[in-house]
Design a protein around this ligand. Structure first.
Ligand code: MN
Length: 699
């Protein structure tokens, strides 16, 4: 049975004694934390992290990686917080444990198969330190080895996840041994019937093949001897899952796959590899186009070898791989093999691993081969993307720093344009929140909703920004045309006419004089306040009469006209306040209270001021600002807030402006329907003992 002592003993040959002590300390901590917990098999829980650490010890991983393996379930299963691990050990170990726990919380179940690749990417993206992945792979390996203890449903889910996510990740990292074991265990657990059928067929075929394999192996060995090359020659077994996968993906029959004879030749050095290749091509005729030199041009995951296919006796195809022992180790252990080889040098292993990956990036740049692995490793080295889910489990990749607005536009422009709110992991969240990898984002839309200019402050993706700008421009144009039409028809009505009644020539002449392409353009200019409605009216009617106040009454304001009619921020008018409109160039009509100080100077500029009134049907909330002078007491802000909300008014902002020991001044911005509503709120506030004075702030 595996114990901490046997693990420590196996570390003797590559770790310093004081580092082994730290590993032991991590073991004791984990053992204590998991006290009383058992695995589904009934064994004490600590046997699992110990086994995971031992798998990593076989790969000669560093002491931090082993400590993280021992502690990997402590945060999740025993509730020990990260900062305790950081204090007890070090922050790197704590980061590793935390990273593994985060990976675990991503739920893989019920996700569509087509998404598997994105999960692989996401898994890599979420791990800032590649050792997190190595611990996770070892964890999964041990779970797969002990899968029998679980019930059918759980077993299938874990097996599927292993085949779809973890085995391919091991493959990307070049960890062939890990990949093969995960695939074989996953295949048996997920498809017990298919795997046992293939296994039986392989055993039957192997009996028939034995003699042929022996003959070929013998002739290869004889040939190498003649050339004076010392080598080890192995017949390669095909694994069940890879046979199944080939049958399925390449639509080959079982016998087509089994009829290939595969051998591996291990020789001392690179030079000998090429000499061996020459010898083999002399022994049997090579198949044209099948020779690959992965020694001169390694695969992106670091794999090196020579591959060739020969026509053997009776035309049987023979696949040959030729490599050195070091290449063999890298081929089997990939990423981890690198540790295995260089763990005696001074610099820490994970730093060297990063250099190794950077080296791979250079290989990729120089050869121009764009293998996916590189893309994924790049994400790990330079994380610049986040991966988020739709509620249905589709994955979108977005630039780092993206917000729900970016996500909404990534899904569809219409979703972005009509977005009003969002949920992140089922909780309502601001549209400006920064998204993290792995979260689920749900966008809430409303028919007729429109983008807000404020979104440009936090949308970062090009698609979202250009769509918002486009929509705003369009929105402002439509609104200004509509407002311009209302303004112009209103003044025309005072002369008992309307745009429809005017002859086309007159309109065309005025458009030409005013340098407008068409009527919409002129109306938009009026709506934006760049042209005066009554000036255009006189022009249209070729009247010289003075502007006179219309009998049809002032323009009715709803407060929901959009970008071209806005309430002034200085005096914050609300329905019930007497108001006037200020036609402000480029901004449309700005509504002020008629006592607003900013309007005093404009009184005698009739071009810029127009009479307006509240539409009786107005049904909308308006902001208003109150200044409360009060005797300060503890909890006063909470009391104010509940008093205001009890009157059904929304608080938009509340803040203490001044405060000494006794007196305080509080500023509140609330949303109310009209003056009656405001009066109710004020009345209720006056009942509070501590309030001395209430002022509605204007300017
Ligand atoms: Mn575990």
């Amino acid at each position: 049975m595996l114990t901490i002592d046997s693990l420590a003993h196996s570390l003797d040959n590559y770790l310093e004694p004081e580092l082994i002590q730290q590993v032991k300390k991590a073991y004791l901590f984990a053992e204590e934390a998991h006290t009383g917990q058992t695995r589904q098999s009934g064994e004490p829980y600590i046997s699992h992290p110990l086994a995971v650490a031992s798998i990593l010890a076989d790969m000669h991983m560093d002491h931090q990686c082993l400590m993280a393996a021992l502690l990997h379930d402590v945060i999740e299963d025993t509730g020990v917080p990260k900062h305790i691990i950081s204090k007890e050990f070090d922050s790197q170990v704590a980061d590793l444990v935390d990273g593994v726990s985060k990976l675990n919380t991503m739920l893989f179940e019920s996700r569509a198969e087509a998404q598997a690749e994105n999960f692989q990417k996401m898994t890599l993206a979420m791990a800032k330190d590649i050792r997190v992945i190595l611990v996770k792979l070892a964890d999964r390996m041990h779970n797969m080895r002990t899968l029998d203890a679980l019930d059918g449903e759980q077993r299938r889910r874990i097996a599927r996840e292993t085949l779809e996510i973890y085995a391919p990740i091991a493959n990307r990292l070049g960890m062939n041994n890990v990949r093969v074991e995960l695939e074989e265990l996953g295949f048996r657990a997920l498809y017990p019937l298919r795997s046992s059928m293939i296994e039986k067929a392989v055993n039957r075929a192997r009996g028939n093949r034995k003699e042929v394999v022996g003959k070929i192996q013998e002739s290869i060995a004889q040939c190498l001897k003649r050339y004076g090359i010392e080598a080890e020659v192995f017949g390669r077994q095909k694994h069940l899952y890879s046979i199944y996968d080939k049958m399925r993906s390449k639509r080959k029959s079982f016998y087509e796959i089994m009829d290939v004879y595969a051998f591996r030749i291990i020789v001392d050095k690179v030079d000998t590899c090429y000499r061996t290749l020459g010898a083999m091509h002399n022994l049997y005729k090579p198949v044209a186009g099948r020779f690959k030199d992965y020694i001169a041009i390694p695969k992106a995951n670091g794999y090196q070898s020579l591959h060739t296919t020969l026509f053997g006796m009776h035309g049987l195809p023979i696949e040959i791989q030729i490599r050195t022992p070091e290449m063999e180790t890298i081929a089997n252990n990939g990423f981890a093999g690198h540790w295995l080889y260089k763990s005696t040098e001074e610099s820490p292993n994970h730093i060297r691993a990063r250099e190794w990956m950077k080296g791979l990036l250079e290989i990729q740049q120089s050869t121009g081969s764009s293998l996916e692995f590189i893309e994924n490793v790049k994400i790990d080295l330079f994380p610049d993307e986040v991966y988020v889910f739709t509620p249905l489990g589709d994955i979108y990749d977005l630039a780092q720093g993206s917000t729900p607005i970016d996500f909404a536009y990534a899904v569809h422009t219409d979703i972005g344009n009509t977005c009003v709110a969002c949920r992140i992991n089922r909780h309502l969240a601001p549209l400006s929140a920064t998204l993290d990898s792995g979260v689920t984002v749900e966008i809430i839309t409303a028919p007729g909703a429109q983008p807000s200019p404020a979104w440009l402050n936090f949308a970062i993706t090009g698609k979202a920004r250009s769509s918002i700008r486009h929509a705003l421009k369009h929105q402002q144009l439509n609104e200004s045309i509509a407002l311009g039409g209302r303004l112009l028809n209103r003044t025309l009505a005072t002369y008992n006419t309307s745009l429809e009644d005017l002859p086309e020539e007159t309109i065309q002449r005025v458009l030409k004089d005013r340098k407008a392409q068409n009527m919409d353009e002129l109306l938009s200019e009026i709506g934006l306040g760049n042209q005066m409605a009554y000036v255009i009216t006189r022009h249209l009617l070729t009247l010289e009469t003075d502007h006179q106040e219309d009998q049809h009454g002032p323009l009715a304001i709803m407060g929901t006209e959009g970008l071209v009619v806005t309430c002034a921020r200085c005096c914050k008018p609300i329905p019930g306040d007497p108001i006037i409109g200020h036609i402000s160039a480029g901004r449309g009509i700005v509504i002020h209270t008629d006592t607003c100080r900013n309007m005093q100077d404009l009184r005698d500029k009739p071009d810029e001021v127009m009479t307006v009134r509240w539409d009786p049907a107005v049904n909308h909330e308006f902001s208003v600002e109150l200044r409360l002078e009060l005797e300060y007491e503890k909890g006063i802000i909470a009391i104010l807030a509940s008093t205001i909300t009890n009157e059904d008014a929304n608080i938009e902002h509340i803040g203490m402006i001044e405060k000494d020991a006794r007196l305080g001044i509080v500023n509140v911005v609330i949303a109310v329907r009209d003056r009656v509503h405001l009066a109710q709120v004020i009345k209720r506030l006056r009942l509070l003992k501590s309030i001395n004075r209430i002022l509605r702030t204007r300017n």
